[in-house]
Design a protein. Sequence first.
Length: 403
Amino acid sequence: MTVESTAARTPRRSASTTGTKSTAGKRATAKKTSATAQNAPGGDPELVQLLTPEGKRVKSAAYDKYVAGITPDELRGLYRDMVLTRRFDAEATALQRQGELGLWASLLGQEAAQIGSGRATREDDYVFPTYREHGVAWCRGVDPTNLLGMFRGVNNGGWDPNSNNFHLYTIVIGSQTLHATGYAMGVAMDGADSAVIAYFGDGASSQGDVAESFTFSAVYNAPVVFFCQNNQWAISEPTEKQTRVPLYQRAQGYGFPGVRVDGNDVLACLAVTKWALERARSGEGPTLVEAYTYRMGAHTTSDDPTKYRADEEREAWEAKDPILRLRRHLEASNHTDEGFFAELEAESEALGRRVREAVRAMPDPDHFAIFENVYADGHALVDEERAQFAAYQASFADAEGGN
């Protein structure tokens, strides 16, 4: 497996499915493709970009200073982060398909947005993720195997949030932005020199919790960065079904800045997030960062994106792959050699083995734990359901004994 090979892991639409697409479906696909072409990196003059898809470094008067001192070793570090994060993600997807995890939310295609922003944070900053921020967790020092316990059903997160200033994953869409805002208000009241960053997606941007977070953070000048990974699809709903303007422009209505960054450009994501976090720490209040990227895989492993996305759209975004983009830049700048890539490939495979072995060594979930946290003092209906479930489980043992 090469370090870029997982970019094309998504299933392709069969010929029969393509042939039966309705006229309305064709019109919807054409509309979506047109909108994507207009807003794609390189086609939007308001989008911050420091690396083109071909790996060419471009200048930015506003943001160059935030990456001016980056060294070749640090560039290789960003590349390594993205490659290992993608390898971990690929292994987790395979484990789910093999029945070892109940579900998995892939970050495929969003590595630059997560690694760039994650590496922009300081140790004393606090991060509030959703459930797809595996790359940010990597940057915060959370062991990848701890992320998988929740998806296997053996724990509620597997790590101490205060050890890494990285909150537990949040499944309720958008609610973590309120948690982040409240935490940031507390940071400001304490007079601490730190910032908070909250991650969410384009789908979550339509939630009321996010709107409330924007209001409170603006009114109280909270030191929080709202980092929206706009991967274009809220499960099967495209972004234009949710907004008439680019998402970053929503910040204007609340009275704080918004900026759109090329979410497949790790340097641009690093620079813009550094700028936003510095604003927060210096008392200038919140910022909305819209990382314009693309979910190259499924929403989760229970989803089939071929039912609502055109292959041509995905293929166009694969050409903007964040890992390949930085590799081209490293090679063109003579910042690396084949030995580096070979060593990283070996490290990648070792990580995959470690993750696979760790997950398979995890205990099976306690099937009855689900009944223990419904009511504080118990409930007759829960007791009845527990008894029914116990009888159901016992029926398997009886069947095995009969054989």
